[in-house]
Design a protein. Structure first.
Length: 290
């Protein structure tokens, strides 16, 4: 099901070295080509000395085509060393969801997918446990159970990569997939996989983090969604969420509240990614939130 309440736009994204005229070269071409700009965001990073821009637009002249746009804009972009991308209004990225036993993020994503809140296709769900197969079946999505052990980890990850190629996957979402990915797997998914995890201060790692947090009397729970890389839970951050709590929250209450934050934070991260609102800038991200 798709969302028909919002007009569909072409999305233009670009980045280049910082220099005078970067906004003008894009907006001037849009006007001359007859493309009406509905939304525009830009940012010039004075540290990395790079410029970033995102535009949603609608052609108001007949004869618009992606090929024509690229051919006409290329010589102007070349003067600025600009790299750009054009996304069609009807593009629905193919997303694979990896999950273990926790179902809160998977449930939320499948609901938003089914109701059109996420403009994606979900052709496959992959898990190291069989527990959530019924959810996939209810939604008519193939579910691949790939058990894992220390001995079978290389084989299991290789099988996941085969499935991603088989289903022509553009984005991988780790919806509480409770496995530490190998460096090889992280390299395979670099820049095209989003992970979600809790954010508790102080940082409580290991088993039963919410119970540890309760024992310390935490006053806030949160979640962080980030791109996967070889630094465990420390990839470039896309979105973060937070909720205040108090002494009346027992461990089970903290878990419930934390899961609520995880759901919304992961949804926003995926939405920003598929709407081309996220730019990688070294180890950081530029995020033009809506």
């Amino acid at each position: 099901m798709t969302d028909t309440t919002k007009p569909k736009h072409w999305i233009f994204t670009a980045s280049c070295p910082s220099m005078l005229g970067t906004v003008d070269v894009v907006t001037r071409y849009m006007a001359e080509a007859g493309n009406y700009v509905d939304e525009i965001h830009s940012f010039d990073d004075r540290v990395s000395k790079r410029f970033f821009i995102r535009i949603e637009f609608q052609p108001i002249k007949d004869g618009f085509s992606e090929e024509k746009f690229n051919a006409e804009f290329a010589p102007r972009a070349a003067e600025f060393g600009m790299e750009w991308d054009l996304t069609k209004p009807d593009h629905r990225p193919r997303v694979a969801i990896l999950v273990s036993k926790y179902d809160h993020c998977l449930n939320d994503l499948l609901y938003r997918y089914r109701t059109g809140q996420l403009n994606i296709e979900v052709p496959v769900i992959i898990s190291n446990h069989p527990d959530l197969e019924h959810l996939a079946e209810w939604h008519g999505i193939p579910y691949h159970h790939l058990p894992i052990s220390p001995e079978t980890k290389p084989y299991q990850e290789a099988e996941i990569v085969k499935l991603l190629e088989q289903y022509d996957i553009e984005l991988v979402v780790l919806a509480r997939y409770m496995q530490v990915l190998s460096p090889w797997m992280c390299d395979q998914l670099n820049g095209k996989a989003i992970n979600i995890h809790h954010s508790l201060l102080p940082g409580f790692k290991g088993a039963r983090p919410y119970h540890q947090a309760w024992e310390k009397g935490v006053k806030m729970v949160g979640a962080t969604a980030h791109y996967v890389n070889n630094d465990l839970d420390e990839g470039p951050i896309i979105t973060q969420g937070i909720q205040t709590v108090d002494h009346a929250f027992y461990p089970e209450d903290l878990i419930s509240k934390g899961q609520d934050v995880e759901r919304v934070t992961l949804f926003n991260a995926i939405r920003y990614h598929i709407e081309k609102r996220v730019f990688l800038n070294g180890g950081r991200t530029i995020v033009f939130s809506s």
